[in-house]
Design a protein around this ligand. Structure first.
Ligand SMILES: [Fe+2]
Ligand SMILES: [Fe+2]
Length: 304
Protein backbone atom coordinates (compact mmCIF):
# COMPACT_ATOMS: atom_id res chain seq x y z
CA UNK A 1 0.00 0.00 0.00
CA UNK A 2 1.49 3.31 -1.12
CA UNK A 3 -0.47 5.22 1.57
CA UNK A 4 1.52 3.36 4.27
CA UNK A 5 4.66 5.23 3.18
CA UNK A 6 3.10 8.61 4.02
CA UNK A 7 1.81 10.35 7.15
CA UNK A 8 0.13 13.67 7.91
CA UNK A 9 2.83 14.44 10.48
CA UNK A 10 5.55 14.08 7.84
CA UNK A 11 3.56 16.26 5.37
CA UNK A 12 3.04 18.91 8.09
CA UNK A 13 6.71 18.94 9.09
CA UNK A 14 7.86 19.43 5.47
CA UNK A 15 5.16 22.02 4.83
CA UNK A 16 6.19 24.14 7.83
CA UNK A 17 9.90 23.78 7.09
CA UNK A 18 9.54 24.79 3.42
CA UNK A 19 6.87 27.49 3.80
CA UNK A 20 7.04 30.34 1.25
CA UNK A 21 5.03 33.39 0.18
CA UNK A 22 4.15 34.63 -3.31
CA UNK A 23 6.47 37.62 -2.73
CA UNK A 24 9.34 35.22 -1.89
CA UNK A 25 8.76 33.59 -5.25
CA UNK A 26 8.51 36.76 -7.40
CA UNK A 27 11.08 38.95 -5.59
CA UNK A 28 9.79 41.91 -7.65
CA UNK A 29 11.08 40.26 -10.84
CA UNK A 30 9.57 40.25 -14.30
CA UNK A 31 9.76 37.65 -17.05
CA UNK A 32 12.58 37.70 -19.63
CA UNK A 33 10.78 37.51 -22.98
CA UNK A 34 13.96 36.49 -24.81
CA UNK A 35 13.67 33.11 -23.06
CA UNK A 36 11.32 30.12 -23.22
CA UNK A 37 8.91 29.73 -20.29
CA UNK A 38 8.12 26.03 -20.73
CA UNK A 39 10.30 23.03 -21.62
CA UNK A 40 9.67 21.60 -25.08
CA UNK A 41 8.10 18.42 -23.64
CA UNK A 42 5.25 20.57 -22.34
CA UNK A 43 5.13 23.30 -25.01
CA UNK A 44 5.41 21.05 -28.08
CA UNK A 45 6.28 23.88 -30.50
CA UNK A 46 9.64 22.76 -31.99
CA UNK A 47 8.22 20.59 -34.78
CA UNK A 48 5.66 23.10 -36.12
CA UNK A 49 6.99 23.87 -39.62
CA UNK A 50 4.71 26.83 -40.41
CA UNK A 51 6.21 28.88 -37.54
CA UNK A 52 9.62 30.57 -37.52
CA UNK A 53 11.82 30.52 -34.39
CA UNK A 54 10.53 33.83 -33.08
CA UNK A 55 6.92 32.70 -33.48
CA UNK A 56 7.69 29.39 -31.74
CA UNK A 57 9.14 31.35 -28.82
CA UNK A 58 5.98 33.49 -28.65
CA UNK A 59 3.78 30.37 -28.71
CA UNK A 60 5.91 28.87 -25.92
CA UNK A 61 5.29 32.02 -23.82
CA UNK A 62 1.56 32.03 -24.62
CA UNK A 63 1.56 28.40 -23.49
CA UNK A 64 3.29 29.52 -20.30
CA UNK A 65 0.32 31.76 -19.66
CA UNK A 66 -2.24 29.04 -20.41
CA UNK A 67 -0.25 26.55 -18.28
CA UNK A 68 -0.76 28.89 -15.31
CA UNK A 69 -4.41 29.37 -16.21
CA UNK A 70 -5.22 25.67 -16.58
CA UNK A 71 -3.62 24.95 -13.19
CA UNK A 72 -5.53 27.74 -11.47
CA UNK A 73 -8.63 26.51 -13.31
CA UNK A 74 -8.44 22.82 -12.46
CA UNK A 75 -7.22 23.39 -8.90
CA UNK A 76 -10.22 25.60 -8.02
CA UNK A 77 -12.31 22.65 -6.77
CA UNK A 78 -9.45 21.33 -4.60
CA UNK A 79 -9.94 24.10 -1.99
CA UNK A 80 -13.57 23.21 -1.05
CA UNK A 81 -12.80 19.49 -1.46
CA UNK A 82 -9.90 19.56 1.03
CA UNK A 83 -11.91 21.70 3.48
CA UNK A 84 -14.71 19.11 3.37
CA UNK A 85 -12.23 16.35 4.22
CA UNK A 86 -10.78 18.51 7.02
CA UNK A 87 -14.26 19.06 8.50
CA UNK A 88 -15.04 15.35 8.43
CA UNK A 89 -12.86 14.88 11.55
CA UNK A 90 -12.64 18.39 12.94
CA UNK A 91 -12.39 17.31 16.60
CA UNK A 92 -10.20 14.28 15.85
CA UNK A 93 -6.60 14.09 14.70
CA UNK A 94 -5.14 17.59 15.14
CA UNK A 95 -2.14 16.89 12.91
CA UNK A 96 -4.47 15.80 10.09
CA UNK A 97 -6.57 18.94 10.57
CA UNK A 98 -3.54 21.24 10.64
CA UNK A 99 -2.09 19.77 7.48
CA UNK A 100 -5.37 19.79 5.55
CA UNK A 101 -5.95 23.45 6.47
CA UNK A 102 -2.46 24.27 5.20
CA UNK A 103 -3.20 22.26 2.05
CA UNK A 104 -6.31 24.39 1.32
CA UNK A 105 -4.41 27.61 2.13
CA UNK A 106 -1.55 26.52 -0.18
CA UNK A 107 -4.02 26.19 -3.05
CA UNK A 108 -5.39 29.71 -2.50
CA UNK A 109 -1.77 30.92 -2.52
CA UNK A 110 -1.16 29.05 -5.80
CA UNK A 111 -4.16 30.80 -7.36
CA UNK A 112 -2.68 34.14 -6.31
CA UNK A 113 0.77 33.23 -7.69
CA UNK A 114 -0.56 31.90 -10.99
CA UNK A 115 -2.82 34.92 -11.56
CA UNK A 116 0.04 37.30 -10.81
CA UNK A 117 2.15 35.45 -13.39
CA UNK A 118 -0.64 35.73 -15.99
CA UNK A 119 -1.00 39.48 -15.40
CA UNK A 120 2.75 39.96 -15.91
CA UNK A 121 2.79 37.77 -19.04
CA UNK A 122 -0.11 39.72 -20.59
CA UNK A 123 1.72 42.95 -19.81
CA UNK A 124 4.97 41.68 -21.35
CA UNK A 125 3.28 40.35 -24.49
CA UNK A 126 1.29 43.60 -24.81
CA UNK A 127 -1.88 41.56 -25.26
CA UNK A 128 -4.47 39.94 -23.01
CA UNK A 129 -4.14 36.22 -23.77
CA UNK A 130 -7.44 34.41 -24.30
CA UNK A 131 -8.17 31.81 -21.61
CA UNK A 132 -11.10 29.41 -21.26
CA UNK A 133 -13.88 30.64 -18.95
CA UNK A 134 -16.10 28.72 -16.51
CA UNK A 135 -13.82 27.52 -13.71
CA UNK A 136 -16.60 27.60 -11.08
CA UNK A 137 -18.75 25.43 -13.38
CA UNK A 138 -15.91 22.94 -13.77
CA UNK A 139 -15.40 22.92 -9.98
CA UNK A 140 -19.10 22.14 -9.52
CA UNK A 141 -18.91 19.27 -12.04
CA UNK A 142 -15.89 17.73 -10.28
CA UNK A 143 -17.45 18.11 -6.81
CA UNK A 144 -20.67 16.54 -8.20
CA UNK A 145 -18.76 13.28 -8.74
CA UNK A 146 -18.02 10.82 -5.94
CA UNK A 147 -15.43 11.93 -3.33
CA UNK A 148 -13.08 9.17 -4.53
CA UNK A 149 -13.27 10.35 -8.17
CA UNK A 150 -12.45 13.95 -7.14
CA UNK A 151 -9.53 12.69 -5.03
CA UNK A 152 -8.18 10.55 -7.86
CA UNK A 153 -8.27 13.58 -10.18
CA UNK A 154 -6.43 15.60 -7.53
CA UNK A 155 -3.84 12.88 -7.02
CA UNK A 156 -3.21 12.67 -10.76
CA UNK A 157 -2.78 16.46 -11.04
CA UNK A 158 -0.50 16.70 -8.01
CA UNK A 159 1.77 13.91 -9.20
CA UNK A 160 2.12 15.35 -12.70
CA UNK A 161 2.87 18.83 -11.34
CA UNK A 162 5.93 17.31 -9.70
CA UNK A 163 6.95 15.29 -12.74
CA UNK A 164 6.82 18.39 -14.95
CA UNK A 165 9.13 20.28 -12.61
CA UNK A 166 11.56 17.55 -11.59
CA UNK A 167 12.01 15.86 -14.97
CA UNK A 168 11.59 18.74 -17.41
CA UNK A 169 12.12 22.11 -15.71
CA UNK A 170 14.54 21.89 -12.78
CA UNK A 171 17.72 21.15 -14.76
CA UNK A 172 16.75 22.72 -18.08
CA UNK A 173 19.14 25.73 -17.93
CA UNK A 174 17.32 27.38 -20.86
CA UNK A 175 14.12 28.63 -19.28
CA UNK A 176 13.16 32.03 -17.90
CA UNK A 177 14.33 32.05 -14.24
CA UNK A 178 11.11 33.55 -12.82
CA UNK A 179 8.88 31.04 -14.61
CA UNK A 180 11.17 28.25 -13.42
CA UNK A 181 10.90 29.56 -9.84
CA UNK A 182 7.09 29.64 -10.04
CA UNK A 183 7.07 25.96 -10.99
CA UNK A 184 9.62 25.22 -8.26
CA UNK A 185 7.49 26.85 -5.57
CA UNK A 186 4.42 25.03 -6.83
CA UNK A 187 6.32 21.74 -6.69
CA UNK A 188 7.45 22.34 -3.07
CA UNK A 189 3.82 22.35 -1.90
CA UNK A 190 2.50 19.76 -4.33
CA UNK A 191 5.12 17.28 -3.12
CA UNK A 192 3.27 17.22 0.24
CA UNK A 193 -0.22 17.44 -1.24
CA UNK A 194 0.32 14.35 -3.41
CA UNK A 195 1.23 12.32 -0.31
CA UNK A 196 -1.83 13.58 1.58
CA UNK A 197 -4.07 12.73 -1.41
CA UNK A 198 -2.82 9.16 -1.20
CA UNK A 199 -3.75 8.99 2.51
CA UNK A 200 -7.16 10.61 1.86
CA UNK A 201 -7.82 8.12 -0.95
CA UNK A 202 -7.15 5.27 1.43
CA UNK A 203 -9.45 6.80 4.09
CA UNK A 204 -12.31 7.23 1.64
CA UNK A 205 -11.83 3.93 -0.21
CA UNK A 206 -11.82 1.92 3.05
CA UNK A 207 -15.60 2.32 3.17
CA UNK A 208 -16.22 1.51 -0.51
CA UNK A 209 -16.99 -1.74 -2.34
CA UNK A 210 -15.02 -2.86 -5.41
CA UNK A 211 -17.95 -1.76 -7.62
CA UNK A 212 -17.89 1.74 -6.08
CA UNK A 213 -14.12 2.00 -6.61
CA UNK A 214 -14.47 1.02 -10.26
CA UNK A 215 -17.30 3.52 -10.60
CA UNK A 216 -14.95 6.24 -9.28
CA UNK A 217 -12.39 5.34 -11.96
CA UNK A 218 -15.15 5.60 -14.61
CA UNK A 219 -16.02 9.06 -13.26
CA UNK A 220 -12.36 10.07 -13.31
CA UNK A 221 -12.10 9.06 -16.96
CA UNK A 222 -15.28 11.04 -17.75
CA UNK A 223 -13.63 14.06 -16.12
CA UNK A 224 -10.49 13.38 -18.16
CA UNK A 225 -12.54 13.48 -21.37
CA UNK A 226 -14.19 16.74 -20.26
CA UNK A 227 -10.74 18.22 -19.58
CA UNK A 228 -9.64 17.10 -23.06
CA UNK A 229 -12.57 19.11 -24.50
CA UNK A 230 -11.53 22.19 -22.49
CA UNK A 231 -7.94 21.83 -23.70
CA UNK A 232 -9.17 21.80 -27.32
CA UNK A 233 -10.91 25.15 -26.67
CA UNK A 234 -7.76 26.56 -25.07
CA UNK A 235 -5.67 25.50 -28.11
CA UNK A 236 -7.87 27.58 -30.43
CA UNK A 237 -7.58 30.57 -28.07
CA UNK A 238 -3.77 30.19 -27.96
CA UNK A 239 -3.65 30.28 -31.77
CA UNK A 240 -5.84 33.43 -31.79
CA UNK A 241 -3.42 35.02 -29.30
CA UNK A 242 -0.44 33.99 -31.44
CA UNK A 243 -2.07 35.71 -34.44
CA UNK A 244 -2.60 38.86 -32.37
CA UNK A 245 0.96 39.08 -31.01
CA UNK A 246 2.72 38.18 -34.29
CA UNK A 247 0.37 40.07 -36.62
CA UNK A 248 0.07 36.90 -38.74
CA UNK A 249 -3.12 35.33 -39.97
CA UNK A 250 -3.00 31.55 -40.29
CA UNK A 251 -4.81 29.75 -43.10
CA UNK A 252 -6.76 26.52 -42.42
CA UNK A 253 -3.75 24.27 -43.13
CA UNK A 254 -1.46 26.22 -40.79
CA UNK A 255 -4.08 26.37 -38.06
CA UNK A 256 -4.60 22.63 -38.30
CA UNK A 257 -0.86 21.92 -38.13
CA UNK A 258 -0.44 24.06 -34.99
CA UNK A 259 -3.58 22.64 -33.45
CA UNK A 260 -2.63 18.99 -33.90
CA UNK A 261 0.89 19.53 -32.48
CA UNK A 262 -0.65 21.35 -29.54
CA UNK A 263 -3.29 18.69 -28.92
CA UNK A 264 -0.50 16.15 -28.57
CA UNK A 265 1.46 18.39 -26.15
CA UNK A 266 -1.58 19.45 -24.07
CA UNK A 267 -2.84 15.89 -23.72
CA UNK A 268 0.51 14.66 -22.48
CA UNK A 269 0.86 17.61 -20.10
CA UNK A 270 -2.55 17.63 -18.43
CA UNK A 271 -3.83 14.06 -18.82
CA UNK A 272 -1.31 11.41 -19.83
CA UNK A 273 1.61 12.48 -17.62
CA UNK A 274 -0.83 12.02 -14.71
CA UNK A 275 -2.56 8.79 -15.76
CA UNK A 276 0.82 7.20 -16.47
CA UNK A 277 2.62 8.53 -13.40
CA UNK A 278 4.05 5.48 -11.54
CA UNK A 279 2.76 6.70 -8.14
CA UNK A 280 -0.71 7.34 -9.54
CA UNK A 281 -0.72 3.93 -11.23
CA UNK A 282 0.29 2.35 -7.93
CA UNK A 283 -2.46 4.23 -6.04
CA UNK A 284 -5.14 3.00 -8.46
CA UNK A 285 -3.64 -0.51 -8.50
CA UNK A 286 -3.91 -0.60 -4.67
CA UNK A 287 -7.63 0.22 -5.03
CA UNK A 288 -8.88 -1.84 -7.93
CA UNK A 289 -7.29 -4.04 -10.62
CA UNK A 290 -10.32 -3.58 -12.91
CA UNK A 291 -10.01 0.21 -12.57
CA UNK A 292 -6.33 0.05 -13.46
CA UNK A 293 -7.21 -1.85 -16.67
CA UNK A 294 -9.64 0.92 -17.59
CA UNK A 295 -6.94 3.55 -17.07
CA UNK A 296 -4.47 1.64 -19.23
CA UNK A 297 -7.10 1.39 -21.96
CA UNK A 298 -7.78 5.15 -21.81
CA UNK A 299 -4.04 5.91 -21.96
CA UNK A 300 -3.76 3.76 -25.10
CA UNK A 301 -6.69 5.57 -26.77
CA UNK A 302 -5.40 9.08 -25.89
CA UNK A 303 -1.82 8.32 -26.95
CA UNK A 304 -2.76 7.66 -30.59
FE1 LIG B 1 -1.58 23.80 -6.47
FE1 LIG C 1 -1.95 20.99 -4.60
Amino acid sequence: MLANEYSYSDCLRHSIKNAWTVDDCFQDRDFDFSKMFLPERIAGVAGIVCLNEEEKLKLNQIRGNSYCHIFAFVEEYIIPMVLDHARRDVFGDETRLRFLLRFAEDETKHQDMLRRAMTQIDRGLGHTCGVIPGREDVARVVLGKSPLAALLLTSMIEWFTQLHYVEHVRDSGQLDPLFQDILRHHWIDEAQHAKADTILIEEVAAELSEAERVQAVDELLELGMAIDGLLAQQIEMDIDTLEAVTGRSFDDGERSEISSAQQHAYRWTFILSGLEHPRFVQTVGDLTAAGLDKIEHAVGALSQ
